[in-house]
Each structure stands twice: as structure tokens, then as C-alpha cells.
Design a protein around this ligand. Structure first.
Ligand SMILES: C[S@@+](CC[C@H](N)C(=O)[O-])C[C@H]1O[C@@H](n2cnc3c(N)ncnc32)[C@H](O)[C@@H]1O
Length: 241
């Protein structure tokens, strides 16, 4: 155990800032948000583990990476009131805005966490914790020197598989053809994840809040006529867990 009383396997504190560290974002929202009673955790330099953020009685837990203005969380929390959702958003202004939307809608089954999701999943989430991991329109970081910040880097499959329960789902949407190719290649090469195109069709047929949709970027890109690529990958059972 470490001094904070948390298991070492999910803390990894000494290395925390080494993978991209805290990301800084230039975008800010104009809206002033009333901070009272927000379902918001500012991870700071030492975020609590997921197990301390989620209410104890929750059997189903899902994380959304990069929740932006929170459109997906707002819909998903209504569709699945028994599931607890944690949106991890690196931009504090967006996290605060999304948290305010959830509070104002009376949702009790979600929280926004301000942190770098890649780090949080690696060192604050115990193995097999998640039923679903949602990643919608992840920043493609097009500049070569920023490629290391991509959520779906070359070694992401193991980290994603680790946090999903066996049979759990990773759901991804992107408009960026090059990044979609990288995602399909990197995850498709993993022997621990299997693409499930039936699930991709089923979730889209079920409609908003069930997976993939709605998000602000989806609405924007659909209006622009862009092609959106959606992927569902299932975590395979693994005897090495
Ligand atoms: C292109 S926006 C998409 C927002 C939302 N998913 C949507 O579809 O409308 C990407 C979001 O991911 C957030 N983000 C980027 N990298 C992140 C990271 N490593 N951890 C958490 N959030 C991140 C950004 O701040 C931004 O809000």
C-alpha cells in the first residue's frame, strides 16, 4: 500500500505525469456556471481512484472519455438510470458545463472528472471495472509532435482491455478517416479485443443514449455531411487477469 492507503497497482503516482501529463486546452466556454452541487471532481495532481468516485452499490459502471459539453451523458443517464457514468474531461470549462447540465436535469447517476483520461484509466481504475468505455470524436492531434497524445496510440489495446470486464464494450466514433484507420488497425490487431459489427448496428438502431449518439461533434459533423465511422470492440475473457 502507498501512503494514501490505495493499492499500488492502481496508483502509479511517480510516473503519473510522464504520458502527456496534464493537457492544456485553449478553448473556453463563455457560459458562467453556478458551481453549487455540481457532480464534478477536479482530479488535480492526485485524482481519487474510480472506486472512490462511484457510489458503492453501483453494479454497472461506464466511462466516457472526452465528454465535451455532456450531450451523450445527458442522454445515456436517462436511458440507463441503473448505470453509473463517469465522464472524464481534460478541459475544466467543459467538465464544469457538462456537470451543470446533469445537475440541472436532475441526474444522480453520473459525475464529471477533470483529468487526462489516458492516465486515469491506467492508474486509477482497477482491472475489469467497466461495462462500457465510450470515446466519441477523440481529438486526432494532427501535428506529428502531438501524436503521443492520441487516446488510441499503438499500445492502447492492452490498457483498454484491462479496465473492461470480460464481454465489456469499447464504443468509438470518429469523423477523421486517418484516425479511424489507426483505431481499426491497432484494436483489430489485438488478440484481447474483438470487433462486433452486430452491436454497432444494434446500438445505432436503438437510438440516442444507447451508444455512439448523441454528441455535439456528431451533430456538427453530420450537418457538414462528413462520414462518421463507428466501432464496437468487445473485451475477450482472459485467464491472465
Ligand atoms: C473533439 S471533442 C469531442 C467532445 C464530445 N465527445 C463530442 O463528441 O461532442 C474532444 C474532447 O475530448 C477532450 N479530451 C481530449 N483529450 C483528452 C484526454 N486525454 N482526457 C480527457 N479528455 C480529453 C477535449 O477537451 C474535448 O472536450
Amino acid at each position: 500500500m502507498n501512503p494514501a492507503g490505495r493499492p499500488d497497482e492502481i496508483l502509479g503516482r511517480a510516473r503519473r505525469m510522464s504520458v502527456g501529463g496534464r493537457l492544456s486546452f485553449r478553448r473556453h466556454l463563455d457560459a458562467v456556471v453556478d458551481d453549487r452541487d455540481l457532480p464534478l471532481v477536479d482530479g488535480g495532481d492526485d485524482p481519487p481512484p474510480l472506486a472512490e468516485i462511484v457510489p458503492a452499490q453501483c453494479a454497472h459502471i461506464e466511462i466516457e472519455v472526452g465528454s465535451g459539453k455532456g450531450a451523450f451523458l445527458l442522454a445515456a443517464t436517462a436511458v440507463a438510470p441503473e448505470t453509473f457514468f463517469c465522464g472524464i474531461e481534460a478541459a475544466p470549462s467543459y467538465a464544469r458545463y457538462a456537470a451543470a447540465r446533469l445537475r440541472d436535469a436532475g441526474r444522480r447517476n453520473a459525475v464529471l472528472l477533470i483529468d487526462n483520461a489516458s492516465l486515469f484509466l491506467r492508474d486509477r481504475v482497477a482491472p475489469g471495472s467497466l461495462d462500457r468505455l465510450h470515446v466519441y470524436f477523440p481529438d486526432p492531434w494532427p501535428k506529428r509532435r502531438h501524436r503521443g497524445r492520441r487516446f488510441f496510440g499503438e499500445d492502447c489495446a492492452l490498457a483498454i482491455h484491462r479496465v473492461l470486464r470480460p464481454g465489456g464494450l469499447l464504443l468509438v466514433a470518429t469523423d477523421n478517416p486517418a484516425y479511424a484507420g489507426q483505431i481499426a488497425r491497432v484494436l483489430g490487431a489485438s488478440d484481447r479485443l474483438a470487433r462486433d459489427e452486430d452491436v454497432e448496428r444494434e446500438l445505432q438502431a436503438l437510438g440516442p443514449g444507447h451508444g455512439f449518439s448523441p454528441t455535439n461533434f456528431e451533430a456538427k459533423y453530420l450537418a457538414e455531411g462528413r462520414i462518421i465511422r463507428r466501432f464496437a470492440f468487445r473485451a475477450l475473457a482472459d485467464s491472465t487477469r
